[in-house]
Design a binder for this molecule. Structure first.
Ligand SMILES: [Zn+2]
Length: 450
């Protein structure tokens, strides 16, 4: 760093380290430049010696570092090794529970401050790990997002479905609870709802719109964690699915459906559902249908891999269900990747137990599994960045890419994730995090809970 401001930015040699101006101020500035050895734009080829110029919450330009610095000699700058968009996890749950069961949800419902406190840590862990946006597919996301937006908490932008809507006896009707208990919890704000018949389905969607949901989440098939239904079986009939999609579409919301079995996937796609969550039994025919409908797959492999490690804690029938789904889903992911289905990264992470394998913050493992299933590292990063907003339909922000006019949500790394995708697991290699142009993490400054 031998140059001073006066020494002329235009004369910098390629081999000369780029100057850093007012580096101490850059993390507080509203206008600044971040230059990088390597910039991964989210969509498109990586670029060497490239930087971004930020003003407020937006990226105002992207270009060769030397040119950016020359154009704006008075702007504070910093330099990083690798720059990429902040990541999106398009399927999380922020529930503040230590396990996924009816009892755990009752505990969370009875002790809402406890759930909130656990969730506060979860959103901090997500931001620390480089996730600047999450799509929350049932949970306390709307309330947590409000706390984050007002500055009471530090975390990613949360786009939430509020409830998950299930038919009676379906995947999200907590089957081990008496019906009145379930209904009482739901009528007091627990993020589950049952609906049967087109009229109730329409009302259920409208209740989510009333709450401010960004996306609508439904059960298109049975589930793994729900003991009394089968992941292969469809849930909701066509008329119900169509009613849900019609009401959601009127309000410019996209519908995402939890679907394992093929019948549920196909029915959801024909009804106009645009994201298939899990997609475990997707085959070549269903993959083609997804492409023709412009739908996005959110495979959530991480929760399946984690569940496979729980043999000692599950009933033999519960574990058999997981094994079958895991095998089918691994095949489905490979088919989807080969066929070129649009994929967004989502993990289904939803447990708040500190230090467990299922905690928030390890969401980057999903990229690793997608690379293992056949994606290039660059494709996995695109799925975790540029493709994230595609899961929100018309409510999508201009985000997920390092491009002019896009949201200034970006992270820096101390090594190249295109050489080792595992660098994106946890926050260890994430040296910097900016969201909406605001710096939350940089060397010597950890992401703090407030
Ligand atoms: Zn889920």
């Amino acid at each position: 760093m031998s140059q001073s401001i006066e020494s002329g930015w235009t004369r910098i040699e390629a081999s000369t380290p780029l100057p850093v101006r007012n580096a101490k101020d850059v993390y507080k500035a509203t206008e600044y430049i971040v230059t990088a050895d390597l910039l991964i734009p989210g969509r498109g080829k990586p670029l060497e010696n490239t930087g971004i110029h930020i003003f407020g919450s937006k990226i105002v330009s992207v270009g060769p570092s030397a040119a950016l610095l020359a154009e704006s000699p008075d702007v504070s700058t910093t330099h990083v090794k690798v720059l990429m968009p902040g990541m999106w996890d398009c399927h999380v749950h922020l529930l503040g529970v230590h396990k996924v069961s009816g009892d755990a949800f009752i505990d969370a419902y009875k002790n809402q401050v406890l759930s909130g406190a656990r969730s506060a840590r979860d959103v901090m862990l997500l931001l620390d790990a480089g996730f600047t946006s999450v799509r929350e597919m049932a949970g306390w996301g709307l309330q947590l997002d409000r706390a984050i937006q007002e500055g009471s908490l530090v975390g990613p932008k949360i786009y939430s479905s509020n409830c998950i809507i299930s038919p009676t006896g379906g995947h999200a009707d907590l089957q081990d609870l008496p019906v009145p208990w379930m209904q009482d919890m739901c009528s007091h704000g627990a993020p589950f709802l049952t609906a049967d018949g087109p009229d109730e389905c329409m009302k259920a969607v409208r209740l989510q719109l009333r709450a401010g949901a960004d996306v609508i989440k439904i059960c298109g098939s049975g589930g793994v964690g729900s003991e009394r239904d089968n992941p292969i079986d469809r849930q909701f009939v066509d008329a119900e699915l169509e009613a849900i999609v019609e009401v959601a579409t009127q309000a410019q919301r996209l519908v995402g459906a939890h679907c394992h079995g093929k019948a549920g996937i196909v029915a959801a796609l024909h009804a106009g559902v645009k994201t298939i969550e899990h997609g475990s039994y997707l085959d070549a025919e269903a993959a083609e249908l997804m492409k023709s409908k412009g739908a996005v797959l959110v495979a959530t492999r991480l929760i399946v891999e984690n569940a496979l490690k729980l043999k000692d804690f599950l009933s033999p029938s519960g574990y058999a269900k997981i094994e079958a789904v895991a095998k089918a889903q691994w095949n489905a992911m490979q088919i989807a990747i080969k066929k070129g289905v649009t994929i967004a990264i989502g993990t289904d992470t939803g447990v708040s137990m500190p230090n467990s394998i299922a905690t928030q913050g390890l969401n980057g493992k999903e990229l690793y599994y997608h690379v293992k299933a056949g994606m290039s590292e660059l494709q996995a990063i695109e799925s975790a960045t540029a493709n994230g907003p595609l899961t929100l339909g018309r409510r999508a922000p201009k985000a997920g890419q390092l491009r002019e006019g896009f949201d200034a949500d970006f992270i820096a790394l101390d090594a190249n994730p295109l050489e080792d995708i595992k660098l994106l697991i946890g926050g260890k290699h994430v040296t910097h995090v900016w969201r909406q142009g605001v710096a939350y993490k940089w060397p010597g400054h950890a992401v703090n809970i407030i």
